[in-house]
Design a protein around this ligand. Structure first.
Ligand code: HEM
Length: 227
């Protein structure tokens, strides 16, 4: 929950935002300002945001499973990666407004956009609470709960956008990014099991003892007895 040097958050946020907007502007200037190209810029910003998010998601398990100095340094600076993510996804939001302005067939204010708007609300809540004052007002326990829940909400938002096209066409950017998401989830699970040896032992015993087909109900019972 450290908030670092004063002004650092705004600097990293602005750098990420301006960089993505500048690359998008050059791309649109070269290839033409039309709906198709704005959509391509939107995709590029979303893919970059997801790569940064996946790194944030992966850092702690990587440090736990394969500790090394570079990963530890990145983990220490995870807050800045989060702030950079917020900057990149703000560029996505501005490109959405551009698309809304240029494309008469695109309506921003639709009910089906509400989940996306909810994810944005979560991103900005996390961003605001990356600053010292709001973080202190929230307190360490609530801060951790908010940022952990937020990480999963935003990650899930990406999965919803990436997995259906990846299933339709696995050999694509969607397939590649969904693969990255699967690796991130597996590594988090592996680190969790390493941190909780009793759960790992229980899972190992259940796998050895239960006949095939009963595994799922055993797992459910275990969960019930724990909750
Ligand atoms: C109301 C808010 C949002 C709107 C209106 C919106 C709109 C768009 C549009 C127009 C595209 C271009 C390509 C396409 O239509 O698939 C796009 C791409 C994308 N957006 Fe957003 N977006 C929103 C929020 C979000 C959020 C919160 C996330 C992630 C948590 C996200 C992730 C993505 C991804 C991954 C792509 C690339 C999809 C692909 O390549 O098929 N978007 N978005």
């Amino acid at each position: 929950m450290r908030s670092g040097v004063k002004g650092q958050n705004w600097l990293v946020f602005a750098l990420a935002l301006v960089l993505v907007l500048a690359v998008s502007a050059i791309f649109l200037a070269v290839s033409g300002l039309d709906e198709g190209n704005i959509e391509a810029a939107l995709r590029m910003s979303a893919y970059l945001a997801f790569i940064v998010l996946a790194l944030i998601f992966l850092l702690r398990p990587l440090v736990e499973l394969r500790p090394n100095r570079a990963m530890r340094t990145l983990l220490k600076n995870r807050r800045l990666l989060g702030v950079a993510f917020a900057g990149i996804h703000t560029a996505h939001l501005l490109l959405i407004s551009l698309r809304d302005y240029f494309d008469a067939g695109f309506d921003l204010f639709l009910v089906e956009r509400l989940p996306g708007a909810g994810v944005y609300a979560m991103i900005y809540l996390m961003f605001i609470t990356s600053f010292e004052g709001p973080a202190r007002a929230l307190g360490p326990r609530r801060w951790r709960a908010l940022h952990k829940a937020g990480l999963y909400v935003v990650f899930t938002g990406f999965l919803v956008a990436l997995i259906p096209p990846a299933l339709a066409k696995p050999a694509s950017a969607h397939g590649l990014l969904s693969g990255l998401a699967a690796i991130a989830v597996l590594l988090r699970m592996a680190a969790y099991l390493r941190r909780h040896p009793r759960i790992r032992a229980k899972a190992g015993r259940a796998t050895r003892q239960a006949p095939r087909g009963l595994l799922q109900s055993n797992w459910r019972d275990n969960r019930r007895s724990r909750s």
